[in-house]
Design a protein around this ligand. Structure first.
Ligand SMILES: NC(=O)C1=CN([C@@H]2O[C@H](COP(=O)(O)OP(=O)(O)OC[C@H]3O[C@@H](n4cnc5c(N)ncnc54)[C@H](OP(=O)(O)O)[C@@H]3O)[C@@H](O)[C@H]2O)[C@@H](O)CC1
Ligand SMILES: Nc1ncnc2c1ncn2[C@@H]1O[C@H](COP(=O)(O)OP(=O)(O)O)[C@@H](O)[C@H]1O
Ligand SMILES: [K+]
Length: 501
């Protein structure tokens, strides 16, 4: 699913109006109707609803919603924030219609007009939408501050008032902090950026049948991975396949005290369809690995506690023996391990997966970055990405850094977290839709490395592997969270819940 910018969203609106064709006021009515259906599904008891409206089309939405809620016998009060002399045409139309059916329309011109909001009430925020063009101030700001102080449930219509759709807010900007954001058709970039969490809440999209061809043709570099799209990436297994068909992966993982990371990565790799798996671990990992993961072959490193590359069986692994390599989980930063990377990286020709301390070693030895095979997948969490690049001031700057990095080195970066971002060498960014805070626990990243290594070994293209792998990892986390809640989730649960259908 595409994420469009604010100008494109406006043009999409116009394109729908022209091509469907539909009158602008009827499009607003459709949006309001779909909002009210969503609302009535979730909020069945008739708590008092206070609807705050601005003077643009977001306010127009609020007025139409008020009329439709009234038809369904919800008790409503509407508060129009009069911050300017101008009102949009569709606002005026809906204002006239609402006045015909209720007297509960109030006007806020100064702080004394702001009502007291109680805890059992519901607030709809329709003050400002995607037309935000400057920071909130004056009576708009004071009203937003009152909404944010209120103990009520707050639902933002389209986007929280004061939040920019696709550019950074300044620290100190006053923005509605909703429990829910209910938006239309396509996600907004603002919804998937970590710093915006308090200004988005739980968000939902309503299909209001905006012009499909316009969306299909609109250029963008931002995407949001939907289940249907992820499923299309999945390769079918050939009836006449054998274990050789699905590749032979090598994992270089683990160190003394972190053999668990090796085991998690290995188990996840095997549960993600790899044909054959060899795991090189320091000697101290040999027995646990062979015992817990009998399906994997083991190359015990010559070194007792850390990876040095050379194995007791033979010398450094020959990369041509393997379809791909997964490098990093639990390896630590010992000089022997750095030496292994210095030997191994220049020998590589095919994309690999790089995670955890392998990334930290790359940050400390940036001259090695050029040896990463093109289309390798790097999986940093934000701190690791900061070490690879530099500190950023806001999430938009972070996205610029991501694009700059992937273009410069020709790699795919999975920036992990809520809505993990898969950045491609071409500069596209795919935000993931699955996963939950239960995944914020040690070892889930090691699981992801195992998954991605298995997909590369099976011949998936790197971007497809990253998008599909990250999606399936998050989905497994969601399955676990549904069964036992997010709090007690551990990384092994995620492996057990992996499903490839
Ligand atoms: N696109 C779609 O698909 C659909 C869109 N729909 C709805 O339309 C909404 C967008 O409507 P919109 O363009 O009228 O913008 P909105 O935010 O209501 O108001 C802009 C006005 O506010 C002003 N203003 C700006 N910043 C300000 C500030 N800080 N403090 C004070 N004023 C400020 C700004 O002034 P200006 O920048 O022109 O000086 C302008 O006058 C969208 O969010 C959705 O709800 C649905 O109905 C149907 C499908
Ligand atoms: N709040 C969250 N929502 C969705 N996914 C999350 C969340 N927190 C963490 N994750 C996922 O969990 C994994 C954590 O990886 P990482 O930070 O490397 O952990 P570790 O190194 O302990 O294995 C990543 O895939 C990340 O996207
Ligand atoms: K709003």
């Amino acid at each position: 699913m595409k994420i469009l910018n604010v100008d494109q969203i406006r043009s999409l609106d116009q394109s729908t109006i022209q091509h469907e064709p539909i009158a602008p006021i009827n499009l607003m009515e459709r949006a309001a109707l779909s909002f009210v259906d969503w609302f009535a599904d979730r909020f069945k008891s008739k708590h008092p609803i206070k609807i705050f409206c601005g003077l643009g089309n977001n306010g127009g939405d609020g007025l139409a919603i008020a009329r439709l809620l009234l038809e369904r016998t919800y008790p409503i009060d509407v508060y129009v924030v009069r911050y300017a002399p101008r009102e949009s045409d569709d606002f005026m139309h809906n204002h006239r219609r609402l006045k015909l059916v209720t007297e509960n329309i109030h006007y806020i011109e100064s702080a004394t007009d702001i009502p007291t909001i109680r805890h059992n009430e519901i607030v709809l925020d329709a003050i400002l939408g995607s037309g935000l063009s400057r920071p909130t101030e004056g009576i708009v700001k004071t009203t937003i501050e009152a909404i944010n102080r209120a103990p009520a449930t707050v639902i933002a219509v389209d986007i929280a008032s004061g939040l920019y759709t696709d550019q950074p807010n300044k620290p100190g900007d006053v923005i509605v902090e909703p429990d829910y954001t209910v938006s239309f058709q396509l996600p907004k970039l603002a919804f998937v950026l970590p710093k915006n969490g308090p200004f988005v809440g739980e968000w939902h999209l309503l299909d209001i049948q905006l012009h499909k061809r316009f969306i299909d043709q609109a250029p963008t570099s931002y995407y949001y991975t939907q289940p249907k799209e992820a499923r299309l990436l999945l390769h079918k297994r050939d009836r006449f396949s054998n274990k050789g068909t699905f590749g032979h992966a090598l994992l270089l993982v683990g160190s003394y005290g972190k053999i668990g990371a090796a085991i998690l990565a290995a188990r996840a790799c095997l549960r993600s369809g790899v044909g054959l798996l060899t795991v090189q671990v320091p000697q101290c990992g040999y027995i646990p690995l062979q015992t817990i993961v009998p399906e994997a072959m083991c190359r015990p490193d010559r070194n007792e506690h850390v990876l040095s590359g050379t194995s007791q069986l033979d010398d450094v692994p020959d990369p041509t023996d393997y379809s791909t390599i997964g490098l990093g989980p639990g390896i630590g930063k010992a000089p022997e391990t750095l030496a292994m990377m210095k030997t191994l990286l220049p020998m590589l020709k095919k994309p690999i997966v790089v995670d955890a301390d392998a990334l930290n070693l790359l940050s400390e030895n940036r001259e090695l970055l050029v040896y990463l095979p093109k289309n390798s997948i790097l999986t940093p969490h934000p701190k690791e990405f900061e070490r690879l690049t530099k500190k950023w001031d806001n999430d938009y700057e972070k996205l610029d850094l991501l694009r700059e990095f992937t273009r410069k080195y020709g790699v795919v970066v999975v920036l992990k977290g809520a809505y993990s971002a898969v950045a491609t060498p071409e500069g596209d960014i795919h935000f993931n839709s699955t996963g939950n805070p239960g995944l914020s626990t040690g070892g889930t990243g090691d699981v992801l490395t195992g998954i991605l290594t298995a997909l590369l070994a099976q011949g998936y293209d790197s971007v497809e592997a990253a998008v599909l792998g990250v999606f399936t990892h998050g989905l497994a986390g969601d399955v676990v969270a549904r069964k036992r809640g997010p709090i007690g989730m551990v990384a092994s649960d995620v492996i057990d819940a992996l499903s490839w259908e």
